[in-house]
Write a protein that binds this ligand. Structure first.
Ligand code: FES
Length: 132
C-alpha cells in the first residue's frame, strides 16, 4: 500500500531519533491546521532567518501519510526562501514520497496547509515588529 520511502520516513519519525518530528524550540513561527475529513491535526514550526527557512519541525495527530508528507516537506523547505517553500504543492511532496495511495492524497494537503499557516503566522509577527 505504501512506498518504501513512506515507510522509511514513518519509521524514522516515530522511532527513537526522529528527524523532523518534534517541537522546534525558539521557532519564529508555527501553524496548525486540521483535516475536516478525518479529524487529524498537523502543526509545523519554522525557524526563519533573512527570509530563508533554516529549520522546520512538525507535531501531529495524523496518519502514516500525513507524517511522511510533512516530514518530507520539512526536508524540502529547509534552505529555501519563504516564497520558494510556498511554491511547493502537495503533489510535490507526494511525488518525492514515491506516491501515496489515492485515498491518502488529502493527507499531503495537511503538510501544505500547515506550512501556509506557519508562514502566515510569521508574516503577522513580522508586521507587528514593524509596527504594522
Ligand atoms: Fe487524516 Fe491522513 S487520514 S491526515
Amino acid at each position: 500500500m505504501y512506498s518504501d520511502k513512506v515507510m522509511e520516513i514513518f519509521k524514522t519519525e516515530t522511532g527513537d531519533s526522529p528527524k523532523n518530528a518534534g517541537i522546534l524550540k525558539n521557532a519564529d513561527a508555527s501553524g496548525q491546521v486540521g483535516n475536516a475529513r478525518c479529524g487529524d491535526i498537523m502543526k509545523i514550526y519554522l525557524k526563519i532567518s533573512d527570509g530563508v527557512i533554516i529549520d522546520a519541525k512538525f507535531k501531529t495527530f495524523g496518519c502514516v501519510s500525513a507524517i511522511a508528507s510533512t516530514s518530507i516537506a520539512c526536508d524540502m523547505i529547509k534552505g529555501k526562501t519563504i516564497e520558494e517553500a510556498l511554491s511547493f504543492e502537495n503533489s510535490d511532496f507526494v511525488k518525492a514520497l514515491g506516491g501515496l495511495p489515492a485515498v491518502k492524497i488529502h493527507c499531503s494537503v495537511l503538510a501544505k496547509e500547515a506550512l501556509e499557516a506557519a508562514v502566515a503566522d510569521y508574516r503577522k509577527k513580522q508586521a507587528k515588529l514593524a509596527g504594522g
